[in-house]
Design a protein around this ligand. Structure first.
Ligand code: NAP
Length: 306
């Protein structure tokens, strides 16, 4: 039990915030956890589940006296919340967020925070296709990367404290430049999600394959796409609206590669296909060797992590 912050304010009480609360509780990282969400329904659910010490009705009440404030709502809502709470945050507090894109969040949030606050954006690379306060669990961040984006002027002590906090929740902390983060995530997360959404949408359009067949025979890759494509629509809408340039760049590259594979299939260029798939198989091995997935036969299906 190592308390790192006296009072942590969670604004937004969905998958990420509730998982943070469970993980904080497990390791005694916060003297008090105060939470709030937009709707009375979510606040009531959080009260019923009891993962916060107090659930309050407004973000202003939540940040009072907190030495760590976590913005854990969809990226598109962060500017409004930052504007609301900016002048109510305690002297010397750290403000962080968990948003999946970073440039848009920094531009939206930083102008509303006073100088006596350390703003250290963050992004835990952990999630599931489930959302809401009931979906959280203490192990979500275990052995997952959490990227912090402190910027040049950040106070090293505040960065060190936030790093220890994430590590105590099981994460591996790395720091990164804001724009580089958005490009990396466009490759590793955002574009793959868009492709999954598209593939599931295409299958839905193909009326020659009936709905029951799509569901019945979905083991061959499609099932993994459907899991990803079940992710929260609000969150993912905001991701694409706020990481436009990097996602469009990677989509352009993706389209070129897809055309090349299409041509190889049409012309019967087996060597091209074989070489391509050999290369991609090596990338998969690298992910397993880095401990970021398992090569168990049911990978991704039995576990909750993405
Ligand atoms: P979630 O389960 O959908 O929960 C979002 C929470 O934000 C809800 O409690 C919602 O309250 C609240 N909220 C929305 N607008 C608000 C506002 N204006 N003021 C206060 N609270 C507000 O979302 P999540 O999956 O935890 O995602 C939260 C953030 O983490 C997002 O920025 C997302 O990009 C990022 N993230 C998600 C994942 C993932 O895989 N899910 C992974 C890494 C990072 P109501 O329920 O009352 O609407």
């Amino acid at each position: 039990m190592t308390q790192i912050y006296d009072r942590v304010a969670l604004i937004g009480l969905g998958l990420i915030a509730s998982s943070m609360a469970h993980a904080m509780r497990r390791s005694g990282l916060a003297g008090e956890i105060v939470g709030t969400a937009r709707s009375g329904e979510t606040r009531d659910t959080a009260r019923e589940l009891g993962f916060c010490d107090r659930v309050v009705d407004t973000a202003i009440e939540a940040v009072a006296g907190a030495d760590l404030v976590v913005l854990a709502m969809p990226v598109g809502a962060m500017e409004t919340v930052a504007r609301e709470i900016g002048s109510h945050i305690a002297n010397g507090a750290t403000v962080t967020d968990v948003g999946s894109v970073k440039r848009a969040v920094v531009d939206a949030v930083a102008p509303h925070l006073p100088d006596h606050v350390d703003f250290i954006p963050g992004h835990p690379l952990a999630g599931t296709e489930h959302s809401g306060p009931r979906s959280g669990f203490a192990e979500l961040f275990e052995n997952r990367y959490c990227i912090l984006l402190p910027g040049d002027g950040a106070d090293p002590d505040a960065v060190d404290r936030l790093t220890r906090y994430w590590e105590a929740m099981g994460a591996i902390v790395e720091t990164m430049d804001v724009d580089h983060h958005d490009l990396v995530l466009a490759v590793t997360s955002h574009t793959p999600h868009l492709i999954a959404y598209t593939m599931v949408g295409v299958a839905d359009d193909l009326r020659r394959v009936t709905d029951s067949e799509v569901i019945k025979y979905s083991a061959g890759g499609f099932r993994d796409f459907t899991r990803i494509a079940a992710s929260d629509p609000t969150m993912w809408r905001d991701v694409f609206l706020n990481n436009k340039e990097a996602t469009l760049e990677i989509l352009g590259r993706f389209t070129e590669e897809l055309f090349a594979l299409q041509r190889a299939i049409r012309t019967g260029d087996g060597d091209h296909l074989f070489d391509y798939f050999t290369h991609t198989r090596a990338i998969r091995r690298g992910i397993i060797e880095a401990g970021q997935d398992t090569d168990a036969p049911d990978f991704g299906r039995g576990g909750k992590k993405t």
